[in-house]
Design a binder for this molecule. Sequence first.
Ligand SMILES: O=C(O)c1cc(C(=O)O)c2c(n1)C(=O)C(=O)c1cc(C(=O)O)[nH]c1-2
Length: 568
Amino acid sequence: APPAPRDGDWPMATLDYANTRYSPLTQVDARNVSSLKVEFTFSTGVARGQEAAPIIVGDTMYIVTPFPNVVYALDLSRPGAPTKWKYESRPRPPAQGVACCDVVNRGVVFWEGRIIFNTLDGRTIALDANDGKRLWETQLADINIGETITMAPMVVKGKVLVGNSGGEFGVRGWLVALDAKTGKTAWKAWSTGPDSDVLIGPAFKPYYASERGKDLGKTTWPPDAWKIGGGTVWGWISYDPKLDLIYYGTGNAGPWNAEQRPGDNKWTAGMFARDPDDGQARWFYQFSPHDLFDYDAINESVLVDLNINGQLRPVIVRPERNGYLYVMDRATGQLLSADAFVPVNAIDRVDLKTGRPHWNTEKQPSSGKVTRQICPAAPGAKDWNPSAWSPQTGLLYVPHNNLCMDWQPNEVNYIAGTPYVGADAVYYAGPGGNRGLFTAWDPVARKAAWQIREDLPVWSGTLTTAGGLVFYGTMDGWFKAVDARSGKLLWQFKTDSGIIGQPVSYRGPDGRQYIAVLSGIGGWPGAVVVNNLDTRDATAAAGWGSALPDLKDRTTAGGTLYVFSLPR
Ligand SMILES: O=C(O)c1cc(C(=O)O)c2c(n1)C(=O)C(=O)c1cc(C(=O)O)[nH]c1-2
């Protein structure tokens, strides 16, 4: 059974299986949001990137810290929300050395009285939500070959879905389903390799011809390159109960130097639809075949039904790292539209007949040569930080980047457990000079309804509410509420550090609406702050030095939960 939370709970990072992040609560609205005040705060005790969504079920809020992945249960029924219990998962310290992009964790999930989460050193743990006692623990990833886990698990039909990280370490991606009651593995689907490993069988019917054929996870690679080819599964999962399909994306092909892996490099940088019971693939679509620029395809798939050319269709709306916003039929994987939502020159266009993107030959990288002004940059038009969908406005609210880059591939050798990257990159602001954007996208009209220019890349998640509001944060610590229809700024509050977390809303035990967000700079761009990198090196943090020379002056490390409400 689905978690069946109360209306007003927030039981998983995505809120719901459709990944809407749309709170039905209406107490806080456009007229009164300007009087929002801090109700309470809580220090996570860890001054690293805070990416987790606070999870709320009944009287309790659950949060997980970055490494060392401590889970806190806060009692919302008492003033100041004191700690009810805490669980120290004690991940092995060397895990920090093989995490590509800070030591982050994107959240726990609540399922039938359990709190389930992943640790940086590759374990999935289930706790009793009442007392924090451990129920089971399963070791999944191996830090010795560069695997970590940062994603928030999702539970579908009693199975915990967990994927690995490590695409920059020559890891081979996978998604695992664990029995939520016992922690035992039910199935494992690799992202590369022979069909039997990828769980491709007779039910696999991709829409486009280039995704059909035997063992493409092997034959679209040089011999053995698929074994170290990336395609990690560190982002978001969706589930459609009617079609009974899960959807998730695969990370970039490795190494970044694409000359070392001629071919489409399946099944990286694309998305799978699978049967949650046995993991068998139903379809796949590759957003960035033969990925040239670290265009992981792990972003959120938002499941909505839209009226397209007079027909109500079950679609996926998906703002992709490669700069295109895709609308796809989620039953078949057919593309309905694909439009650039930032200035893009790496890919000229997406052919809706073949499904193939046309890589711009002028931006074709080659070893030892610098190719300049490639848009979007490797962190993409949009990274992992999730959008929100409002059924009231029919708009997708997308927090994202406006970055271009210079890129030079270099030959790289694989040594297990060490970085396997093979390109030097330098990022900088795209056209207009602003590094960030917040876009309200209309997927039917296929254009932006409104857009906010932000100086810094927008690396926080998004919340939208039935009160007609949209919330997001900035890397210099502002937490903002804007009007869902116009984008007009209605309220903002300066937190103690940069915000890269996921805002949520819930109804407290007292019946009032609350808005919660974790503040604490970090993640990939924030590494320049939390690791105190010298930004005179343009390639610091794999290219962020040049893009964020000012970030250390504009924010400092932190780790604080903020909870807001209207005055009593
Ligand atoms: O390929 C991978 O396995 C992998 C993992 C992660 C991660 O686990 O955080 C990131 C990325 N790639 C990545 O490409 C990326 O841009 C990124 C940003 C962040 C972050 O937390 O800010 N993580 C990751």
